[in-house]
Design a protein around this ligand. Structure first.
Ligand SMILES: Cc1ncc(C[n+]2csc(CCOP(=O)(O)OP(=O)(O)O)c2C)c(N)n1
Ligand SMILES: [Mg+2]
Length: 531
């Protein structure tokens, strides 16, 4: 058995189903070994997308998403995808295939130091060597999956790939137990609730890894408290619940901040400031932060408790606290939600982003999954979209890289072939990743991609407006009528609600991918995104 075969066995044993990437000579031995394994090698249009696909698989399955690249430019492309796993906390294994070991330090075509490249983007970066493959690989997998999950990089020189394996396959289960923070957390919450008249619960990225959502919801209901989340935590508590009051720091943030000013205490569970710093919205409210990591905050934030450890244990114990009466009225939350819903839907010419989202929502079942990209539309989706189920509304908010939407939607379809998946992307994001449509076509992934064709880098246009700058470098051009297909992926235009409804019906009726270009008015974003 060669080392690449050993690697394939170890990946199989770790539950890996796909390896995403773009090949080159040094990658070929690994691809050949995968060809004889239960793992599919998925050719992507760029390594960056391979990293996004691995991120989505890692988040959705809890098993390592794997992306493989060649050296130098393959590795630098991959780095952008790996950054997503790093700041959005996804278990990912990034493998770079390199020149043979004796050449590793030489100044030769395409070669750079991969360990230096990946060091700031990963939990660890490990070299594989002729007699040291199984141990570091097993360590890498265990480390990627342990709390806080994230990417681990391994570098695989070509001679190591081809050498006979000298080790047995192994999987080390490194389960480092999380600190018990429950005693302090329970005491802090108990004391704070006695003094509070209007407590507010918020959840965030780390809560997506919690198994105590039911306990937290029970606590929220018994204590008669409203709750909000960040973008990533959408759906991990049900957004159609009467106590739900919105999403922090996305569209209509001023309405959210207005509501938050009515509160006198924030109980944060699984909030990760990587999505948005507390300082942005907290004002002088006291905070109890219960997460898997201590929050990185400045001295100006009034932290009553700030600990990282076994969040679920803490939530479970906190949820057993007896109810403490407070002054919240359900009508406070109803009034706020009505205000928010109205403000998200400004008058506009023709089709607005909010119309598109409404129509998509109507056509996506409860367990359907929306995967969306980065731009003004991210803000609109995050605040307007409602979902009651975990992992049904995916984007990137830590890394926030354009180009996530299409590859992540395709990866999601690989994980959930039976569910309805739709990608919603801006036209700028579409231009960055249009080549990935060919991946969907090749794999026959029935995912409609809805392009919000507004002709602008909408988010940056709004930023220029807010700074009183002139528009420059943000106009993509008047959207042209779309072609009949991109790389064989059929495409339709939708210029009004009726055309959009029929295009969505058409998209979901196909057994392969499609593109729907929705021609939307960009102006509503000026009233929703940063207001
Ligand atoms: C890789 C990368 N480059 C640049 C940015 C900065 N950026 C954020 S949103 C955006 C514009 C996105 O435009 P589009 O896809 O048309 O979406 P819209 O804002 O119009 O909804 C840009 C340039 C980024 N987040 N990621
Ligand atoms: Mg745009």
């Amino acid at each position: 058995m060669k080392n690449v075969e050993l690697i394939a066995r170890i990946l199989e044993a770790a539950g890996v189903r796909w390896v995403f990437g773009v090949p080159s000579g040094p990658v070929l031995p690994l691809i050949e070994a995968l060809r004889h394994s239960a793992i599919d090698y998925v050719l992507c249009a760029s390594e960056t997308s391979a990293g996004f696909m691995a991120t989505a698989v890692g988040q959705l399955t809890g098993k390592p998403g794997v992306a493989v690249s060649t050296l130098g430019p393959g590795a630098t492309n991959l780095a952008t995808g790996v950054g997503c796993a790093w700041l959005d906390c996804a278990p990912v294994l990034a493998i770079t295939c390199n020149v043979p070991t004796p050449w590793l330090e030489r100044r030769i075509q395409m070669r750079i130091d991969h360990h230096q490249l990946f060091q700031p983007l990963t939990k660890a970066t490990l070299p594989l060597r002729v007699d040291r493959v199984a141990v570091p690989l097993a360590q890498a997998i265990a480390l990627a999956c342990s709390e806080v999950p994230g990417p681990v990089h391994v570098d695989l020189p070509e001679d190591v790939s081809l050498a006979q394996a000298t080790e047995a396959p192994q999987l080390t289960q490194r389960r480092h137990s999380l600190a018990d923070i429950s005693t302090g957390a329970v005491a802090a919450v108990h004391a704070a609730l006695q003094r509070s008249q209007r407590p507010l619960v918020v959840t965030g990225l780390s809560f997506t890894r919690s198994r105590a959502a039911q306990q937290l919801l029970g606590f929220i209901e018994r204590q008669n408290m409203p709750f909000a989340s960040t973008l990533h935590a959408k759906g991990f508590l049900p957004e159609r619940h009467t106590n739900w009051v919105g999403v922090l720091e996305r569209a209509r943030r001023s309405d959210m901040r207005g509501f938050i000013r009515q509160a006198d205490l924030v109980l944060a569970f699984g909030y990760d400031p990587i999505e948005v710093n507390y300082e942005e919205w907290i004002g002088d409210l006291p905070v109890i932060h219960v997460g898997t990591q201590r929050a990185d905050v400045s001295a100006q934030v009034r932290m009553l408790f700030n600990e990282g450890g076994d969040m679920d244990e803490a939530i479970t114990k906190i949820s057993a606290l007896p109810p403490v009466p407070n002054q919240w009225l359900r009508s406070d939350w109803d009034a706020h939600r009505s205000l928010l819903d109205k403000a998200l839907r400004p008058v506009c010419r023709g089709l607005g982003p909010h119309h598109v989202l409404e129509i998509v929502r109507e056509n996506l079942p409860r367990d359907g999954i929306l995967v969306y990209d980065i731009g003004a539309h991210t803000h609109q989706v995050a605040t307007q979209w409602r979902t009651d189920l975990p992992w049904t509304c995916l984007s990137t908010n830590g890394w926030s890289s354009m180009g996530y939407g299409i590859p992540a939607a395709y990866a999601t379809k690989l994980v959930y072939p039976e569910r309805r998946i739709v990608a919603v992307v801006g036209d700028g994001c579409f231009q960055m990743t249009v080549g990935e449509l060919a991946v969907g076509k090749r794999l026959g992934l029935a995912v409609p991609t809805i392009v919000l064709n507004d002709g602008w880098l909408g988010l940056i246009k709004v930023k220029q407006e807010r700074k009183n700058y002139g528009y420059s470098g943000v106009f993509l051009g008047e959207p042209a009528d779309p072609p009949a297909h991109y790389f064989g992926v059929p495409c339709r235009a939708a210029k009004n609600e009726q055309e959009l409804r029929s295009a969505i019906d058409w998209g979901f009726s196909l057994k392969s991918p499609s593109v729907i270009e929705a021609f939307i008015d960009v102006e509503p974003y000026s009233q929703t995104v940063y207001d």
